[in-house]
Design a protein. Structure first.
Length: 277
């Protein structure tokens, strides 16, 4: 994993890519849909568009897509409620990862080269309670991308989700936001939390939000892996120390491993380091 990479347009994406697309204008979302799904159609992938609107409204977002009717008739393209992947109300994040894996397997079994999904999660992100569960789901499904021929974009209307779009975006290694994009990425692989990019006072609140979710939705020991952390200031290091202390208070250990040079500069002040691993 590296730090976040800027995404100028949702094209030239390949299986394994998990991107966020933050927008302010619905016309921007429609353009993203056309670019993203046109590429997938050329590559012989199954295409899924998810959103909270009616099927008719979702199809309106795709009206500029070449061969739209043919793709729909073939079953190569379909539209679904966002709950088809994110069963937000009561469904465990692990089940959602299993559901995504089933979608991919079905697509490949039907002769497609992979699965390409664009989900507009704005309605979920706008509800603080559901946004937290959405973050848990994003963490859970991320490993599926490394193991299957899946390409995904999570679209978020920043005007509807001003408090949650940044931590949600940080869960993707490819990020697009017109302004104020998060400067770090986080993902979970088993019991290993991978942090990359840059962490400072400007984004420490986003980091704390995600660490809180990890503490609430995981069990056992956690290892925070930091070889790709290019910068971290005192505020960011303090946030990691507070996370470790809170976990220790509940009987769970947090270790810090593969420290980058940036981490080695600030961690000793808070007694964080690889000697704890």
């Amino acid at each position: 994993m590296t730090g976040p990479r800027a995404l100028d347009r949702p094209a030239q994406l390949t299986p394994g890519d998990h991107a966020s697309w933050v927008y302010d204008d619905h016309a921007d979302l429609r353009e993203a849909c056309v670019s993203f799904f046109s590429e997938g159609a050329r590559r012989g992938e199954r295409l899924m568009y998810l959103g909270a609107a009616s099927p008719e409204r979702l199809l309106e977002d795709l009206r500029e897509l070449s061969d739209l009717d043919r793709l729909l008739d073939l079953g190569q393209l379909s539209v679904h409620p966002v709950s088809a992947l994110y069963g937000i109300d009561g469904e465990a994040p692990r089940s959602q990862a299993d559901g995504l894996t089933d979608y991919v397997r079905t697509a490949v079994a039907h002769g497609y080269t992979g699965l390409r999904i664009l989900g507009d999660v704005s309605e979920l992100a706008a509800d603080p309670r559901r946004a937290d569960v959405l973050m848990d789901a994003e963490v859970a499904v991320h490993p599926v991308f490394a193991a299957t021929p899946t390409t995904a974009v999570c679209a978020i209307d920043r005007t509807r989700a001003p408090e949650t779009w940044r931590p949600l975006s940080a869960l993707h290694h490819l990020q697009r936001a017109p302004r104020w994009a998060p400067t770090f990425t986080l993902h979970l692989d088993g019991g290993r939390v991978h942090l990359g990019g840059e962490i400072d006072a400007g984004c420490v609140g986003d980091l704390q939000h995600l660490l809180h979710r990890l503490g609430a939705t995981t069990t056992g020991e956690l290892s925070v892996v930091l070889p790709e952390l290019g910068f971290i200031d005192v505020a960011g290091t303090r946030a990691l120390a507070m996370f470790r202390n809170a976990m220790t208070a509940t009987g769970r250990a947090v270790h810090f491993q593969d420290l980058s040079d940036a981490a080695r500069r600030t961690f000793p002040a808070f007694r964080l380091g690889e000697q704890e691993a």
